[in-house]
Design a protein around this ligand. Structure first.
Ligand SMILES: [Zn+2]
Length: 384
């Protein structure tokens, strides 16, 4: 394409120079839309929204863009965006222009291009479907890369969560477990394979996560976290995910997260039912003890290791928890704080119960009885 072709302008089109001038003087009032889809994360015009052309109609209806504001749309060469501009005009965006020559012309003419920050082209491809989301973008992906989650338990909840959090690009994952892989685990603990039976779950989980995403740092704790050790472990993490199968560990995590000021993503699954919640007392939310103020005397509930559980249920709950972990790291959406989520597979029902901080809560209430971890009731944990 000859250079002066870029100055051409017809109908809904605008030249690269004009587009640049408009953006310079716009103070953000001009909306720029990149319709190229996944390729756009490799390099784009500053401030552009990534909206693949096939999603344009649905997404624009949800954006707070005034119908009389100026909208610039571009693709790689200017052809796809020409069609997109027509779609937008039909939707009522009268001042919509397609950038003639597209991103290629913009780049050739030497105007500023935003690339993927510190991400390599390979990383940008791996995470392109995350980055395309306006709620994530490059900034969000950086948050994930810098994010640190501790998963307590490499079993039915921890395995699916670990897989998806690694796939999403959460940069550092701590995994605490002190069990070995048994054949009876394999109906639900999807990080482990038949060949892993007899290995430590932490080792097996480490290897599986590295196979999926070699960039993730996996830190393993082959130990039972106790009231004496846990604060030292969780201090290095942004979020703690409970993938344990017994109430004493859950209470320990609840209390430790309260004292450490960390969000605690709770989950449980047995038989055909599961539940999940997020406890975040540092931000005013209720805790596990607000919900169950009378802590159990002894561990009465059955755990997965003793009771039956259909593998898909911890899979569902583990992924609900992983979703909450991602939201907390990305700081998007509304965390499941003050909500108790209950899933019954046999009834195909999802229920959400709202609950509030309990003023009489022995941990986070008005007159707390639990002053530190050593005064909690999880010191004598039962072996599972
Ligand atoms: Zn509480």
């Amino acid at each position: 394409m000859a250079h002066n072709d870029y100055n051409k302008r017809s109908g809904d089109e605008i030249s690269v120079h004009e587009a640049h001038a408009l953006l310079q003087g716009s103070n953000g009032a001009v909306t720029v839309i990149d319709v190229r889809g996944a390729g756009s994360v490799l390099g784009h015009i500053k401030g552009a929204l990534f909206i693949p052309s096939e999603e344009l109609h649905d997404r624009m209806n949800r954006l707070p863009v005034e119908k009389d504001s100026t909208v610039l749309v571009y693709c790689a060469s200017g052809r796809l965006s020409g069609t997109a501009a027509k779609v937008l005009k039909n939707m009522g965006y009268q001042s919509t222009y397609s950038i003639h020559g597209g991103f290629n012309a913009w780049q050739t003419l030497g105007y500023e291009v935003v690339t993927g920050g510190d991400f390599t082209p390979v990383q940008l491809q791996r995470y392109s479907r995350n980055i395309l989301l306006e709620e994530v973008g490059i900034e969000g992906q950086k948050r994930l890369a810098n994010g640190r989650v501790l998963i307590v338990g490499a079993g039915g909840l921890g395995c699916p969560a670990g897989l998806y959090l690694a796939a999403a690009g959460v940069g550092t994952m701590g995994i605490a477990d002190f069990d070995m892989v048994e054949l009876s685990n394999l109906n639900r603990q999807v990080l482990h394979t038949s060949a892993d039976v007899g290995r430590m779950k932490t080792e097996s989980a480490h290897d599986a996560i590295k196979r999926l995403n070699p960039e993730i740092t996996v830190i393993t704790y082959e130990e039972r976290l106790t009231a004496r050790t846990i604060l030292d472990v969780i201090k290095d993490y942004d979020v703690v995910m409970d993938a344990s199968d017994n109430i004493k560990t859950k209470l320990l995590l609840n209390d430790a997260c309260h004292f450490a000021g960390k969000p605690y993503v709770f989950g449980g699954a047995v038989h055909f039912v599961g539940q999940a919640s997020v406890f975040d007392t540092a931000n005013g939310g209720p805790c596990l003890r607000c919900l169950f103020p009378n802590s159990p005397e002894g561990d009465t509930g059955p755990s997965c290791d003793e009771a039956g559980v259909i593998g898909v249920v911890p899979g569902v709950i583990g992924l609900i928890q992983a979703t909450e972990v991602l939201k907390l790291i990305l700081k998007i959406g509304k965390p499941m704080v003050g909500k108790f989520f209950y899933y019954s597979a046999l009834d195909a029902s999802f229920n959400t119960m709202m609950f509030e901080k309990n003023p009489a809560c022995p941990l986070c209430g008005e007159k707390p009885e639990i002053a530190d971890l050593l005064s909690g009731d999880y010191v004598h944990q039962c072996a599972v």
